[in-house]
Ligand binder design. Structure first.
Ligand SMILES: [Fe+2]
Length: 203
């Protein structure tokens, strides 16, 4: 085993332990991370990210909502619309995730990807309102994968939509909320039948 591989295996073990500790606090979001991780790998191959970058992207996807442990469970499961105050608390989870991960010596910018996973292409996202290429490639891919997973998964306050509806909804916001290249990759994957998520298939 190479030194780099040994470091990655050790990191993976530490991260799995971190996720296991966090899961009882927020099982939905932390289970969802595994499905998002599978999706980012499929999407990341289309824009031709190199293998190393893809590994970092997968690791960030596994951890992207780790900061949700700071959100009270009853708020996450709330069947009604969040209040302004609750939404403001929810918007702190990327920064909380960054704070938890920033001192881990990853060979990839995992903490920064986690920090940016709710930034939008047009600057309307959070926490820092970054735009276009200010946002890391990996974070632009992770956002789309996370939204696909969110739309196609049942939540306490709404039913799951089909993958086809999710892709349509995301394609409508290509170039505003989402990177057009990532949306193209998603559309190609979905229409070729290579994509399933949350129990949904293309049809
Ligand atoms: Fe998130």
């Amino acid at each position: 085993m190479t030194e780099q591989k040994r470091v990655e295996v050790g990191l993976r073990r530490d991260i799995d332990a971190l996720i296991d500790q966090a899961k009882p606090r927020n099982p939905h979001h932390l289970n969802n991370q595994e499905r998002v991780a599978s999706l980012v790998c499929a999407l990341g191959e289309k824009p031709s990210l190199n293998v190393q970058t893809l590994r970092g992207l997968r690791m960030a996807a596994m951890l992207h909502d780790i900061g949700m442990v700071m959100i009270p469970q009853d708020m996450v499961d709330k069947p009604d619309k969040l209040s302004e105050e609750e939404f403001s608390l929810l918007r702190q989870h990327p920064q909380a995730g960054f704070d938890m991960l920033q001192h881990i010596n990853f060979p990839w910018p995992v903490a920064e990807i986690v920090l940016q996973h709710h930034e939008h292409f047009d600057g309307s996202g959070y926490p820092n309102g970054l735009t276009e290429w200010e946002i890391l490639d990996e974070a632009r891919i992770l956002l789309v994968a996370d939204v696909v997973e969110a739309i196609t998964t049942e939540r306490p306050y709404r039913a799951a939509s089909s993958l086809k509806d999710a892709v349509w909804e995301i394609a409508n916001k290509s170039g505003t909320l989402y990177d057009p290249d990532v949306v193209d990759a998603l559309t190609q994957l979905a229409s070729s039948g290579q994509l399933t998520t949350g129990g949904s298939s293309w049809e």
